[in-house]
Write a protein that binds this ligand. Structure first.
Ligand code: FE2
Length: 294
């Protein structure tokens, strides 16, 4: 990014938001039932979750501004102190055995509204390890439960390599995003309410954070400039393929439909999640999407 671009982005720095305004104002200070979750769970005005009877309610893992400093465009910019809360391994107690047997987990993450400097609140980003068979990293599936999301997917760029592809999904509640095999990912909250998203993912792998941390983020930063969401290239990469748009769609291959709770579809047996643990079985699906093996 040139100095001028950086100055433009800095000049557009908005009023600080987050803890400096009544948090949860957009929800009218009341809890919101997250009906797309597929079981009883509420978003509290401060950004926490409250779980209903018979639901596993894990303690949240918090990510603060300090935790994210390494990957932010403005590491010392103002912003909400808690960027996001991860509730890993939730869902009804009655289905936990089935999830274990299938090797999957259901998580909910809440991203605060606001910006760090002029960059929208985002997750720190990671890549997934390679699944058995060697050609595909583990995929993941997300559904937006509340608010707005920008999902950023990037292929390549690990340490010495360069980025081959960069894709952005501009999604709303009900929309479903598959993190393709062999892509790293970051989620951004470009809205002015909390963003709540759920994911199913294989339960037995550890995400890899270093490659994205060492490059100080993905190949682009999603910032607000003159009230618009724009993408600024990250200078720590030498190639910046033009971001392409991912359109919201159903994933009939896996029994997933936009607007319908993916948890409910899975629980009723209409959606399958074995692509998360055995991506090689679905190589034809990935090929149709234009996703190459490693
Ligand atoms: Fe992930």
């Amino acid at each position: 990014m040139s100095d001028e671009e950086r100055k433009m982005a800095e000049n557009s720095k908005p009023e600080p938001v987050g803890e400096t305004r009544p948090v949860g104002q957009e929800e009218g200070g009341r809890e919101v039932l997250l009906d797309l979750a597929g079981f009883e769970v509420y978003l509290k005005p401060g950004g926490g979750l409250r779980f209903g009877e018979g639901v596993v309610g894990p303690e949240p893992d918090l990510r603060t501004k300090d935790d994210a400093r390494d990957v932010c465009l403005y590491p010392h910019g103002d912003g909400p102190p808690v960027l996001y809360r991860m509730y890993r391994g939730t869902g009804e107690a009655s289905v936990q055995r089935t999830m274990e047997r299938e090797g999957i987990r259901y998580d909910i993450t809440v991203l605060s509204p606001g910006k760090v400097g002029s960059e929208y609140v985002k997750t720190v980003g990671h890549i997934h390890p390679v699944a058995p068979g060697g050609m595909w990293t583990y995929p993941e599936v997300y559904q937006v439960l509340y608010g707005k999301a920008h999902f950023l997917l990037q292929r390549g760029g690990e340490l010495s390599g360069e980025v081959e592809d960069f894709a952005v999904a501009d999604f709303e509640a009900g929309d479903i995003l598959i993190v393709w095999p062999n892509y790293g990912h970051v989620t951004v909250n470009p809205g002015d309410s909390y963003l709540v998203m759920a994911n199913f993912v294989a339960r037995n792998f550890k995400s890899i954070y270093d490659p994205i941390r060492q490059r100080k983020g993905l190949a682009y930063y999603n910032v607000e400039h003159k009230d618009q969401s724009i993408f600024i290239p990250n200078d720590n990469y030498s190639r910046h393929p033009r971001p392409r748009l991912i359109k919201p769609r159903d994933w009939h291959e896996f029994g997933l439909e936009r607007g319908t709770s993916m948890y409910s579809l899975w629980k009723s047996g209409r959606a399958r999640m074995d692509f998360l643990t055995d991506p090689a079985r679905y190589r034809e699906v990935w090929a149709r999407e234009g996703i190459r093996p490693l």
